[in-house]
Design a protein around this ligand. Sequence first.
Ligand SMILES: Cc1ncc(COP(=O)(O)O)c(C=O)c1O
Length: 484
Amino acid sequence: MVSITSNYQKQQLLSKIATNDGHGENSAYFDGWKAYANDPFNLTDNPNGVIQMGLAENQLCFDLIQEWVVNNPKASICTVEGAEDFQEIAIFQDYHGLPEFRQAVARFMEKVRGDRVTFDPNRIVMSGGATGAHEMLAFCLADPGDAFLVPTPYYPGFDRDLRWRTGVQLFPVVCESSNDFKVTRKALEEAYEKAQESNIKIKGLLINNPSNPLGTLLDKDTLRDIVTFINSKNIHLVCDEIYASTVFDQPRFISVSEVVDEMIGCNQDLIHIVYSLSKDLGFPGFRVGIVYSYNDTVVDIARKMSSFGLVSTQTQHLLASMLSDEIFIEKFIVESSERLGIRQEMFTKGLAQIGISTLKSNAGLFFWMDLRRLLKEPTFDAELELWRIIIHEVKLNVSPGVSFHCSEPGWFRVCFANMDDETMRTALRRIKNFVHQTKGLHTKVAVLKKQCSRSKLQISLSFRRLDDFNSPVHSPMNSPMVRT
Ligand SMILES: Cc1ncc(COP(=O)(O)O)c(C=O)c1O
């Protein structure tokens, strides 16, 4: 049946939530994913396709996971060895979750934080990924119209997760490249005041440590400042620590839980941690999200709300077994961070060789690439223009800073852990070729500009419009070097 319902009719038929665009998919961030989906790179089948570098996935250690799964058939209820548990697991539906799962997750969270803190399994609440955890906390902590402060740049999914169905708002705390995008007390106070001037009620501060997209960590002084700030305003602190175990270099990761333990007089009822196994273990498909709140009432309510997004008992069963294998987990944590470090270094050094700098980082599955020099002017329009060239011509799906609410144009997030070495080398080669050709074009345009100004002609520096000057190398993809 063909639907002839217009947009207007749809809005009449459906709810306001269903028909608003709070899902955030109308953005460059998701457009990049679509461009990849339409023409996915494959080394043998589609070597000129788009390489997906917009996906923060940790795929570097699946050999270790696979080995563990093969060696532990009893952990699965779909093997000869594990089938006797099938019925018990299939009928279990308690929203508290399997005790052994909560115990194992709490232990894993401790291990990832270097055993410097302890987590109470009774405070572990399940959700459908960190996505569900954020929404659940937003429902628990704020009313429609209330807002959370969020330092910029921040993960684009927050706009959907915290806002869309809850009616909660996000209010930016503007951070800048001049101090490597650090979160300062001054920036927090300024944002808070600005929100008050606009009559927006701030209910909390949302931080992401390690940061997506920056790959940087909050140091202890900053964390103390943040905890002091939220205490002074009597607002909540939601700490998304989903990348806790992706740290591959000094300084080490410091969880808010360490700071809270140390700070006398801190109101722990205001502190909530969001965690997930999507990044540290690399299991986004399992949808294992965690709310760990120090507030008893929030734990109680969130647990009831978790009925809307439980983790399947089959998944809990498997993970309880895997996470309680301490020898395996310790090896995995070390190996994973080593591999991430090697990959990040290979990539960023390769870029440095061609004069592309990246924000110094020591965590995450991505880095923050500085292409400000390649913008034709310092605007977000120019950033998007450059991004379109990168995606359609260079065929790399990197994500533009504007979709992370970055306050300065010219920054791009590059994910590096969702591909194999060969794909990474191909991506690096494409960027190199692009930059070399762009440099060539800049020189060419400079010459042309001179000629034009002499003849009083107007010329605008645009990559695309360079075609008008019959440049023989207008698209890096035309280069035989790019065709791998
Ligand atoms: C900072 C941050 N929080 C939350 C999420 C969502 O994670 P999940 O897959 O567990 O829902 C992501 C995913 O990229 C993220 O980067």
